[in-house]
Design a protein around this ligand. Structure first.
Ligand SMILES: NC(=O)c1ccc[n+]([C@@H]2O[C@H](COP(=O)([O-])OP(=O)(O)OC[C@H]3O[C@@H](n4cnc5c(N)ncnc54)[C@H](OP(=O)(O)O)[C@@H]3O)[C@@H](O)[C@H]2O)c1
Length: 468
């Protein structure tokens, strides 16, 4: 058919092409426009990652894995066979359960789990991290991808997290800072032959941000309702400074096996991407704004990347071997390592101060929230907490934190293996140490043989009684 058509165009002339007259009339105007759009679309799609890596058996944690770029990354990692722990605000949500089920079905990967870690609350982050670290044998962790973020549109009043911090600062910066620093023991305990990669999503808006050491979290300064990107940008700038300092700390840590640091933390700027938060930001969270967004959609379609294109630099960060040879703390953009970064990110003194001040702020906020929680606790919650604590103390699979806990766990073990329920590390109720020495065993033997002798006497007496 195409051959016949081409032959007729060749022999009978171009007038056989359908709508040839219209093409002749409008073509000279339309063709340059179509070419420009095609070239523009090609240019704005950004760079494509060309690296590959087998992820079977690897374990990744991801925040923001339920939407936008994070959801696409989660899909890719699951397709490659990785085990995924998706950190979500809530796990008792039927939507989350369905999302995980669908992801498992689509990728034929059953190793996808959701864990509650609401970055809006430092307590929720601590609860998750404690649960993760409580495992007696350290769990495998090949990387953490920090994709969750909150971008508040214009003209929306200041919003706060559970701990009373401005929301963008709280979720984007403080939540991720807390999560990654709490996971430090888990990251450090990975075997030296494992590439451990942490990726933190950043944004070009960091160039609009600022760092005020006296007021890191925009608590004292007036919230810029008409320019919320200043706070969003500041949260991303702080993340950049934190990434550098955290990488430095990890590099300085001397492993017991003397192997070099196998953890790399990098920042990823995905570019401008069509995601739910971009849509909300452009439409300013209003119906009219949304309508305008839909009407002007071709513009956004042309200039903004799709989520698949936005995820490319994350893949580069996860797969490119060169990144494990670098010092970490790099800014990745368009599948490249950027050499030009904001001077604050490279300021060593600032890095230390930001890290220190944030740690202090978190301590203060956690204490405040604990007091608040205690005040608002019901009797039932107190009871539930006590029971959970007792269960944790008795669970022999969880590493004990105090000698008292160790004793409790040993007692549980003793009763499980049937050597009584002793009350201390050295002795059980029968006076038998948990780890007996030879003299103890000798005593035990003597005791049991004398017991046997008396038992024997008793039985012989019984026998002789019987004979009589
Ligand atoms: N889109 C862009 O143009 C662009 C540009 C530069 C940088 N970035 C960065 O790229 C990353 C991904 O952006 P995106 O546009 O794909 O985001 P998105 O579609 O808006 O998704 C945000 C994700 O963050 C999660 N999240 C929000 N608050 C949370 C909380 N309190 N606890 C736990 N999770 C929470 C959301 O979970 P729920 O599903 O529960 O809401 C959602 O999965 C962000 O870090 C963003 O700053 C994006």
């Amino acid at each position: 058919m195409p051959v016949e058509f081409l032959a007729s165009v060749l022999f009978d002339g171009p007038q056989v092409i359908p709508y040839w007259e219209q093409i002749k009339q409008y073509g000279p105007t339309l063709i340059p426009i179509a070419t420009t759009v095609a070239l523009g679309k090609y240019y704005f799609r950004g760079a494509t990652n060309t690296w590959e890596r087998d992820l079977h058996g690897k374990v990744y944690m991801i925040t923001g894995g339920t939407s936008g770029i994070g959801a696409v990354i989660a899909h890719e990692l699951a397709m490659k066979g990785a085990q995924l722990i998706i950190l979500t605000r809530r796990t008792d949500d039927s939507w989350v359960a369905e999302y995980i089920d669908d992801l498992r079905d689509q990728t034929s990967n059953p190793l996808i789990y959701a864990e509650q870690c609401d970055l809006n609350s430092l307590y929720s982050v601590r609860k998750f991290a404690t649960k993760w670290l409580d495992n007696a044998t350290p769990r495998r962790l090949d990387g953490v991808i920090c994709c969750a973020a909150e971008a508040i549109p214009r003209n929306i009043p200041r919003q706060i997290t559970v701990d009373g911090v401005e929301k963008q600062m709280g979720i984007n910066y403080l939540g991720h800072f807390h999560l990654l620093t709490l996971l430090e023991p888990s990251l450090k305990s990975q075997p030296p032959d494992r590439d451990v990669r942490v990726l933190i999503a950043t944004c070009s808006s960091q160039s609009l941000g600022e760092i005020d050491l006296q007021d890191l979290l925009w608590e004292q300064k007036q919230y810029p309702t008409s320019q919320p990107w200043k706070v969003y940008g500041s949260s991303k700038l702080l993340l950049g400074v934190f990434a550098k300092q955290y990488q430095k700390r990890l590099m300085e840590y001397e492993r017991k096996d003397k192997a070099p640091c196998n953890i790399r933390i990098n920042l990823v700027n995905p570019g401008l991407v069509r995601t739910p938060s971009t849509r909300r930001f452009i439409s300013m969270g209003t119906i009219w704004g949304l309508l305008l967004y839909l009407i002007t959609f071709p513009v956004w379609w042309l200039f903004l990347k799709s989520v698949y294109q936005g995820a490319q630099t994350f893949y580069f960060g996860l797969y490119a071997p060169v990144l494990m040879k670098m010092e970490g703390g790099c800014l990745l953009q368009e599948c490249k390592i950027m050499t030009k970064i904001r001077k604050e990110i490279d300021d060593k003194e600032l890095q230390e101060k930001v890290y220190h001040n944030t740690t202090e702020l978190i301590k203060k906020l956690e204490v405040q929230s604990a007091i608040e929680r205690k005040k608002n606790k019901t009797e039932e919650e107190i009871q539930q907490e006590k029971e959970a604590e007792l269960k944790r103390k008795r669970d022999v699979n969880i590493q004990p934190k105090t000698t008292e806990e160790l004793n409790q766990k040993l007692n549980t073990l003793r009763s499980q293996i049937g050597i009584g329920g002793g009350s201390s590390v050295s002795n059980n109720e029968n006076g038998m140490p948990l780890f007996p020495e030879e003299s103890d065993l000798e005593n035990l033997k003597n005791n049991s043989s004398s017991k046997n002798r008396t038992d024997g006497k008793k039985s012989s007496k019984k026998k002789s009684k019987g004979k009589k």
